[in-house]
Design a protein around this ligand. Structure first.
Ligand code: RB5
Length: 147
């Protein structure tokens, strides 16, 4: 599985730990930056990951900012992206099982890096349940088409 990752200045340290973990686990990781902790604007980075997911260059995306909120709001502007802000294992699982989330957003002011790694592990291996949930995803896709 190919994964795109990015952060804003708040998430740089966590991003690098997550990237290291993913590469050690055998995933291909495309890192869209930033490389330093100089202040940047989260939409500029969210859009890079979201477009990589939307265009099929990668299967999943991971975004980290202070709260996970700005990244999520921005990523969800891109067609085909279902970004979810997740701060615990339960919502990590549910975002996959029910919402087929393809972008994971986390906030470094809320969860520490160890917790993020646990969330990432669960989120990557949890399958979408389909069934009645597929009908709802199809409705989300329809909303995008009427935009
Ligand atoms: C940056 O200070 C902060 O606003 C950002 O990381 C994020 O929390 C936005 O949602």
């Amino acid at each position: 599985m190919k994964i795109a990752i990015a952060s804003d200045h708040r998430g740089v340290a966590a991003k690098s730990k997550i990237k290291e973990f993913l590469e050690q686990s055998g995933y291909y990781v495309k890192d869209f930056g930033p490389a330093s902790e100089d202040a940047v604007d989260y939409p500029d980075y969210a859009v890079k990951v979201a477009q990589a997911v939307s265009g099929g260059k990668v299967q999943r995306g991971i975004l980290i900012c202070g709260t996970g909120l700005g990244m999520c709001i921005s990523a969800n502007k891109i067609q085909g992206v279902r970004a979810a802000t997740v701060h615990d294992i339960f919502t990590a699982e549910m975002s996959r099982r029910h919402n087929d989330a393809n972008v994971l957003c986390m906030g470094e002011m809320i969860v520490n890096t160890e917790q993020m790694l646990e969330i990432v592990k669960v989120w990557l291996v949890t399958a979408f349940e389909g069934g009645r949930h597929q009908k709802r995803i199809d409705k989300i896709k329809k909303i995008e088409q009427t935009d």
